[in-house]
Design a protein around this ligand. Structure first.
Ligand code: NAD
Length: 327
């Protein structure tokens, strides 16, 4: 192997050793580790052939500064921090981890649905506060026989729908990019718009990407259309729900509660007013982070990087598939 064949991979953020070992086992690959807290990574990519990315803004300037770049592999499936158009213009694939984290995030959405319905945090607090009488408050509700509106019927949304069905929920689905037949074949009811669906739903869960079309798709008007007994779960991206409008709806009792894994600003400010509300269950963007999932994601994104170098990149994992046909 000549030195000119060496590929330089920049890993931005910490990944599980399972994937790192795959990269480091290759004699023709050199790995450098970069911190997502370094604001100047765009100035350090002149020799980089591949980027393996947890979270960092991969903007046009960084891409322009990386003339050798042939792959950006996201350690996840969301890519709202990546300038996809700039990559596509250069013919560079953006790869994600496909289904590696879908079951994990779907489980977390169910955890949030159950915790909001059952008041998990309040039960725990009542026990620690010697408040046995809490059991008379009748604050908890059931998922069974309730209507669940799943927004976004992709890898995660389809799994959440199945889990909801297992709890006896009537599952409605809004996804303009999935045929009604496919939604019906999954035993769900397709809905064409939020307007008529929101007033019917007892639980709403969001599984779309964040983009110009979905930003603030749940805002003040949509929250006002929901039942006051309904709850909202977001494991997608903070920006899909208008956070100030959600705060107001939760404060005013316009909806019953929310389960949130993702926020407008991450990490959120310590004085985020959501943290003072009892009808919110929170988690630190952890829906896809379990021991098992970190191994799968780390391996898959390392394989995506090596696949791009070797000409064996799995096309199912590529977001901008048009760059593959252009080759
Ligand atoms: P996916 O691409 O398989 O599914 C997204 C679905 O959303 C698609 O079916 C698409 O048609 C649908 N959609 C797009 N625009 C829509 C709209 N306007 N209205 C309704 N549906 C719309 O993606 P996925 O793997 O299911 O992941 C979904 C999102 O979850 C990701 O984009 C990511 O932002 C988020 N996510 C979060 C975490 C976390 O840790 N919290 C982890 C993984 C993914």
């Amino acid at each position: 192997m000549t030195a000119t064949n060496t590929k330089n991979v920049m890993v931005i953020g910490k990944i599980h050793p399972a994937g790192q070992d795959l990269l480091e086992a290759r004699a023709d690959v050199t790995v450098t580790h970069a911190s997502p807290d370094d604001p100047n990574l765009a100035d350090q990519v002149a020799d980089v052939d591949g980027i393996l990315l947890r979270i960092y803004p991969i903007d046009r300037r960084l891409i322009d500064n990386a003339p050798k770049l042939v792959i950006v592999a996201r350690h996840g499936v969301g890519y709202d921090t990546v300038d996809l158009d700039a990559l596509t213009a250069r013919g560079i694939p953006l790869a994600v981890v496909g289904e590696a984290n879908s079951p994990t995030v779907a489980e977390h959405a169910l955890y949030l649905l159950l915790t909001v319905a059952k008041q998990g945090a309040a039960y725990d607090r009542a026990m620690r506060d010697d408040d046995w009488a809490f059991r008379e408050t009748l604050a908890a509700t059931e998922l069974g026989a309730k209507t669940l509106l799943v927004i976004g019927f992709g890898r995660i949304g389809t799994r959440v729908a199945r889990l909801g069905q297992a709890f006896g929920m009537d599952v409605q689905v809004l996804d303009p990019y999935v045929a009604d037949d496919a939604i019906e074949a999954a035993g769900c009811t397709p809905v064409a718009a939020l307007g008529p669906a929101l007033p019917e739903a007892d639980f709403v869960t969001v599984h779309t990407p964040l983009n110009d079309e979905t930003r603030h798709m749940i805002g003040a008007a949509e929250l006002a259309a929901m039942k006051s007994s309904a709850a909202l779960v977001n494991t997608a991206r903070g920006g899909v729900i208008d956070e100030p409008a959600l705060l107001a709806a939760l404060r005013d009792g316009a909806i019953r509660g929310a389960g949130l894994d993702v926020f407008d600003r991450e990490p959120p400010d310590a004085d985020n007013p959501l943290f003072r509300l009892d009808n919110v269950v929170l988690s630190p963007h952890i829906a896809g982070i379990t021991a098992e999932c970190m191994v799968r994601m780390s391996r898959t994104c390392a394989e995506n990087v090596l696949g791009a170098f070797d000409g064996t990149l799995n096309p199912d994992n590529v977001v901008n598939k048009e760059v593959l046909t252009a080759r």
